[in-house]
Design a protein around this ligand. Structure first.
Ligand SMILES: [Zn+2]
Length: 364
């Protein structure tokens, strides 16, 4: 299982799929599902879903397939390119990054985000982050006409140059571990779901636009009308010197369960999980002998926030894997966490029978 998840994750990270431009990732995922004999369909926004029939409350199990990045905003006369940001892009981690301007499969153009020559950097600039508006991309092409001839137009999607690196101890570093790692776990779940003989009906979904507006999954949920929604994404690992005060989430320490997420700053949303879901995953972890880590974070948010508000309301929970260095071009996760998250989900789904109660009074 670990090798399959590793291969899926490494492959998925190499496929560019900026929010609103997920099509290559969707085709890749559909291909992986087809190869194991699982049919899937997509909606108009590009969400991809595979249905596994069963008995009991309807479960929507999902992860987002898009990634954050940039859009070409302006092409200067000298061929340098200005970007608009898409999603929570960290300015601090941008200088000298390699990017990929996605003009079409096989025709993508590499570029680098410039970093002012060190020899010309003044003392006051030394510890300053360059404001986003002042950054530019150098593709080597030397005038606007050359850039346009290469297929680069205003509105073209730009992502961090795709990379996937195996580090020590089965740790994987790469672009958009958020949330291709969630997608890799979902592919493995599809392998398990297609062979099971009992369990609830499950809609396994790869969603769009999460990094852009958090709401791409919403129309899909409106159609699926799930009773239960389980979302897979990163949990902020807090075991590095810069993160210690934020929580107790250890990379390699097992899957995570979010008890609280909230985002203010204009969004005003979050998830406080349904008590039936917390109970389900605590019991599943005990049964499977898997350590389950707890997360409660402000400033973190997923598309589940909107999915939970569908229909009569959905019993929702964010599950995930510890991850370091979020939204940088080099995010880091631990393969063992992905394996144990898959095992935990498998046991938890098996625990959702026809009599499974979603009545809050049974749990509180
Ligand atoms: Zn994410």
């Amino acid at each position: 299982m670990k090798n399959r998840i590793k291969r899926d994750l490494m492959d998925l990270m190499m496929v560019p799929g900026l929010s609103g431009h997920e099509d290559r990732v969707r085709r890749f995922l559909r291909g992986r599902l087809e190869a194991m004999g699982v049919a899937s369909r997509s909606d108009r926004l590009g969400n991809l879903v595979a249905h596994f029939p069963g008995v009991g409350p309807r479960v929507m199990l999902f992860a987002h397939m898009d990634q954050l990045g940039f859009i070409v905003r302006r092409i200067e006369a000298d061929g340098l390119i200005r970007l608009a940001r898409l999603g929570g892009v960290p300015e601090r981690a941008l200088a000298a990054q390699q990017v990929l301007i996605c003009v079409g499969e096989g025709r993508d153009i590499p570029g680098i985000i410039a970093n002012k020559s060190h020899h010309a950097t003044t003392l006051s600039e030394k510890y300053q982050v360059t404001p986003f508006a002042e950054l530019y991309v150098d593709t080597g092409l030397s005038c606007a006409a050359e850039v346009e001839a290469a297929g680069i137009r205003i509105g073209a999607p730009v992502v961090y140059a795709p990379q996937a690196v195996e580090l020590g101890n089965d740790r994987i570093c790469g672009t958009c571990v958020d949330d291709r790692a969630g997608c890799a776990v979902l592919i493995e779940m599809a392998r398990l779901l297609k062979d099971r003989t009992s369990g609830p009906p499950v809609d396994l979904a790869f969603t769009v636009l999460e990094e852009f507006n958090l709401r791409g999954a919403q129309p899909l949920a409106q159609v699926l009308q799930p009773d239960i929604a389980i979302q897979l994404d990163l949990m902020l690992a807090t075991d590095t010197p810069d993160m210690g005060a934020r929580g107790d989430m250890v990379l390699g320490g097992g899957p995570g369960m979010s008890l609280y997420s909230f985002h203010g700053r204009g969004t005003l949303n979050g998830v406080i999980p349904h008590p039936a879901m917390v109970d389900l995953f605590e019991r599943a972890a005990k049964t499977a002998g898997i350590p389950l880590q707890r997360s409660a974070q402000v400033g973190v948010l997923t598309d589940l926030s909107y999915v939970q508000l569908t229909g009569e309301g959905v019993a929702a929970i964010d599950m995930g894997f510890p991850m370091r260095y979020s939204h940088s071009a080099r995010e880091l996760c631990d393969l063992d966490d992905l394996v144990s998250l898959t095992r935990l989900l498998d046991v938890a789904l098996g625990g959702i029978g026809p009599e499974f109660s979603l009545d809050r009074d049974d749990y509180t």
